[in-house]
Write a protein that binds this ligand. Structure first.
Ligand SMILES: C[S@@+](CC[C@H](N)C(=O)[O-])C[C@H]1O[C@@H](n2cnc3c(N)ncnc32)[C@H](O)[C@@H]1O
Length: 300
């Protein structure tokens, strides 16, 4: 199994897809901040790929059924959500760094998000909501799968700090109708599971206060992502149930930036995730060829 990881890793690295390559001709600033590199995208001119998005509500019943079937496993560290648990430190590093800078908070403080209202859209069992609450944010976690919300509530209640999280079984669209707004709207690994990404992004935007932040992570529609997240993770290593991901639902960084731009969100920074098979740990990289995360600001 380890040899498979090395073969795939070698192939993935040998066909590296870094930010300057994709955004050639666009002003990109690379710089080191805290423990990793960010890419700042300035004056973005997207390479347009055509993709048909359904225009109805973002709910995709097939995807929802998949997550309902796995709901009991959210806090099983060796279960299907093991990769999300393993990625959490790297995703939180990016979130802490970008949001502290944006909101003028001290990234070295124990509770840097004190006083800020966050919504974790597609929160699942609360893997991300809980650490965000421990970092001081007032967190609302929403998910369309009722069982996910039940599991998230039960688990959060084990910790007095996390028990402050408000969990609700609802969609971003429904929350928009309630006219609730948040300082930061976070949707990690969700957009590739919705049926109308453009509509979904508009809802995320409508939930964000003016000059508030949006953070989205997803999977790039690249051959390397197909090899690593579907062939390797689902079929060879069997980290995830077969069929968890649909390659055609993956979104390229260019498409995400354009879609967010149309929803009045300007993407300011992006970073990729890199897996080290020796340590089993994920880290932040400037290679956004496979899994990546984007931070944007709601205009106006
Ligand atoms: C891959 S999981 C990600 C969970 C969590 N965001 C994380 O990264 O730890 C995707 C989650 O999105 C939820 N989901 C799918 N479609 C959704 C929608 N339209 N609105 C809200 N949640 C949705 C699923 O039920 C599932 O819990």
């Amino acid at each position: 199994m380890i040899s498979w990881i090395f073969i795939i890793k070698f192939w993935v690295l040998s066909s590296s897809y870094s930010i300057p390559e994709i955004y050639s001709g666009v002003k990109i600033r690379m710089f080191a901040r805290t423990s990793f590199k960010h890419a700042v995208v300035e004056g973005f001119q997207p390479l347009i790929h055509h993709r048909r998005y359904a225009t109805a509500a973002s709910l995709n019943q097939t995807e929802v059924a998949k997550f309902a079937a796995m709901a009991d496993s959210w806090w099983d560290m060796e279960g299907p959500f093991k990769p999300l648990h393993a990625m959490n430190p790297a995703r939180l590093t990016f979130i802490r760094s970008t949001l502290c800078r944006h909101f003028g908070k001290d990234p070295f403080s124990a509770r840097p998000f004190e006083g800020l209202k966050f919504v974790d859209v597609g929160c699942g069992g609360g893997i991300l909501s809980e650490p965000l609450a421990r970092m001081g944010a007032s967190v609302t976690g929403i998910d369309v799968v009722e069982k996910n919300i039940t599991i998230a509530r039960l688990h959060a209640d084990l910790d007095p700090v996390a028990s402050s999280i408000e969990y609700r079984c609802t969609t971003a669209e429904n929350l928009v109708e309630e006219q609730i707004k948040f300082d930061a709207v976070i949707a990690l690994e969700v957009i590739e599971h919705v049926s109308a990404p453009a509509e979904f992004c508009k809802s995320l935007s409508a939930l964000t206060v003016s000059n508030g932040a949006t953070v989205i992570s997803t999977v790039n529609r690249s051959m390397r992502a197909y090899a690593s997240t579907i062939v390797a993770a689902e079929y060879i290593l069997q980290w995830l149930p077969k069929g968890t991901h649909q390659w055609s639902s993956f979104i390229t960084p260019e498409e995400l930036v354009l879609t967010l731009q149309r929803a009045s969100i300007s993407v300011e920074e992006m970073a990729g995730f890199d897996f080290d098979p020796l340590t089993g740990q994920w880290s932040i990289t400037d290679d956004i060829g496979v899994q990546y995360i984007a931070f944007g600001i709601r205009n106006g």
